[in-house]
Design a protein around this ligand. Structure first.
Ligand SMILES: C[S@@+](CC[C@H](N)C(=O)[O-])C[C@H]1O[C@@H](n2cnc3c(N)ncnc32)[C@H](O)[C@@H]1O
Length: 220
């Protein structure tokens, strides 16, 4: 199953990550004191549930996703709520700056809310190029994670959901450091556990980690 297929066959409310709601991302934004005047680019935004909640709260977000169906839904929901339909179709591993309005071509911040962990290693180079091209000052990532040691112990680096059939990849902090190599973590914390307990059946090998990173290097 791929995401496009999933979005075109699953009603909005039943989409696994939409069932998690938008409270957590707003809490994280508040906790990090994200200023409302930053231009924020969201990678892998899906149907835009979290992005629209942030726009309603006064943040300036443009959402992108590889799935045309998800982006069409996001635009429709924006219009229905009287919000600007700030969404575009884009593969995060092959950046197309033309898709982005001028204000988001050099965003202040990139948000990747549980999208990166859907990418197998072979796509990491393209994703890294996207980050290097966008050069945001800040990156906020929420991803499945497990230490290399845990992966070796359990012999697992991926998780296939029984609900969506979509495979997730676990990242160690070392993996993440390779991807976001020009960035340093300024804040790292684990998800309170709701998702973990509910969907991973309490297995101890993985967790959801939220990372907030700051650009540390001048890009060449
Ligand atoms: C688990 S969903 C998360 C959606 C949304 N961020 C949320 O939390 O509600 C992962 C999203 O990543 C998107 N995605 C996966 N690979 C992608 C890629 N290469 N480029 C852009 N989006 C991608 C999928 O289409 C999907 O919408």
């Amino acid at each position: 199953m791929n995401f496009e297929q999933y979005y075109s066959t699953t009603p909005y409310r039943q989409i696994l990550w939409n069932r998690l709601g938008d409270r957590e991302i707003l809490d994280v934004f508040h906790r990090l004191r994200v200023p409302r005047n930053l231009s924020i680019l969201s990678l892998g935004c899906g149907t835009g549930q979290k992005d629209l909640a942030c726009v309603k709260a006064g943040y300036r977000i443009f959402g992108t996703d590889i799935s045309p169906t998800a982006i069409a839904t996001a635009k429709l929901l924006a219009r229905k709520s009287g919000l600007p339909p700030q969404f575009g179709i884009m593969d995060s591993t092959r950046i197309r700056l033309g898709v982005l309005p001028r204000a988001w071509r050099q965003p202040n911040m990139v948000v990747d809310w549980q999208s990166l962990h859907n990418m197998p290693k072979i796509l990491h180079r393209g994703y890294r190029r996207t980050i290097e091209c966008l050069r945001p000052r800040w990156i906020l990532v929420r991803t499945f994670s497990a230490t290399d040691q845990e992966c070796r112990r359990t012999g697992r680096r991926t998780l296939g959901s029984t609900i969506s059939g979509i495979r997730r990849h676990f990242f160690s902090l070392e993996d993440l450091q390779k991807i976001y190599r020009a960035y340093v973590p300024v804040s790292v914390w684990e998800d309170p556990g709701y998702y973990h307990k509910r969907f991973l059946d309490g297995r101890a090998t993985t967790k959801l980690t939220v990372l907030f990173l700051r650009r540390d290097q001048i890009f060449g």
